[in-house]
Write a protein that binds this ligand. Structure first.
Ligand code: DGY
Length: 321
């Protein structure tokens, strides 16, 4: 039986590409050039499937222009806000993502951001590296301790819960808001807030873990930032567009917020330039899932979904069936 034909938009870890080569007629991206819309459409020509990533915008226009041969789009990501699921369904194209496997890696980055923001790591590192660290000082470079602070988690899903678990080990008190309250077993003692406003009011540290949807886009804005306690910290490992950049930058610059830890940005990699000038912004370049273990696991999970699909089984992570 001929092997399914697959267009892969980005260079993937070697073990993942080895499995791709073994089981598929795969067109790889050896130089890892960022594909344009045209490259994706050209690559899709005569293919049965696409393997895409968060850097590919698979909108309704692109889906409408795909050849009829493409029946499944597997994304190497848990997030799927870059894919128009409705348009895909209307064309009869299955979409599958890679949940679970990046939960721990992303929760680790959330803790790094919390610590980096709380302890003013950006300015401390800059002081040291520029040779301006003159001596240890009782009042120098003081940050905020996480111990005993209230962590507000917006979106207590898989990654939110993994972050909560780690935060508890740091002595933080966990609060959350979801549209629906979780069962006690999943809350693990976290305090539920039925609305976003109530969560923001008590969040010494606010950590964002919700998907980017029309409801959550710019949910961190001028009005909601005002609700946060004085000198609160905002951490984002979810999606950049959940935050109104101008509002957050203003609150960081004025000192209304003590700090922010950000791994994701609107319009990546072209983040709002004002973040770069803020000593209280601890910034990472979308590293949430960037460990060898996790990137392999993401690739294998995407391939499991493709294997299922081409074996006539519903992919475990199908999003739009
Ligand atoms: C995802 O999988 O959605 C992440 O943002 C990639 O790290």
């Amino acid at each position: 039986m001929p092997r399914p034909r697959l267009f892969v938009t980005r260079k993937l870890p070697p073990d993942v590409e080895a499995r791709l080569d073994r089981d598929y007629e795969a067109t790889l991206n050896p130089v890892d050039g960022l594909p344009t819309r045209e490259t994706i459409l050209e690559g899709a020509d005569g293919k049965d499937a696409l393997l895409v990533t968060v850097t590919d915008r698979i909108d309704a226009g692109l889906i409408g222009a795909l050849p009829d041969s493409v029946k499944i789009i597997a994304t190497f990501s848990v997030g799927y806000d870059h894919i128009d699921l409705v348009a895909a369904k209307a064309r009869g194209v299955t979409v599958a993502n890679t949940p679970d496997v990046l939960t721990d890696a992303t929760a680790e980055i959330a803790m790094l951001l919390m610590l980096g923001a709380a302890r003013q790591a950006t300015s401390a590192i800059a002081t040291l590296r520029s040779g301006q660290w003159k001596n240890w000082a009782p009042t120098g470079m003081l940050g905020m301790e996480l111990t005993g602070k209230r962590l507000g988690i917006l979106g207590l899903g898989r990654i939110g819960r993994a972050t909560a678990k780690r935060a508890r080990a740091f002595g933080m008190e966990v609060h959350y808001h979801n549209r629906r309250r979780l069962v006690a077993e999943m809350e693990e003692g976290a305090t539920y807030h039925p609305d976003v406003e109530s969560l923001f009011r008590i969040s010494d540290v606010l950590s964002l873990h919700c998907a980017s949807t029309p409801e959550t886009r710019r949910i961190v804005n001028r009005d909601t930032i005002r609700l946060l306690p004085e000198k609160a910290i905002v951490v984002n490992t979810a999606r950049g567009d959940i935050v109104d950049d101008e509002a957050l930058i203003e609150a960081l610059a004025s000192g209304r917020l003590a700090a922010a830890g950000l791994d994701v940005f609107a319009n990546e990699p072209n983040l709002h330039p004002a973040y770069l000038g803020l000593p209280n912004a601890f910034l990472l370049p979308h590293l949430g899932s960037a460990t060898r273990e996790t990137r392999n696991a993401m690739g294998f999970r995407a391939l499991d979904n493709l294997d299922d699909f081409f074996a006539g089984r519903p992919p475990r992570d199908a999003l739009n069936t």
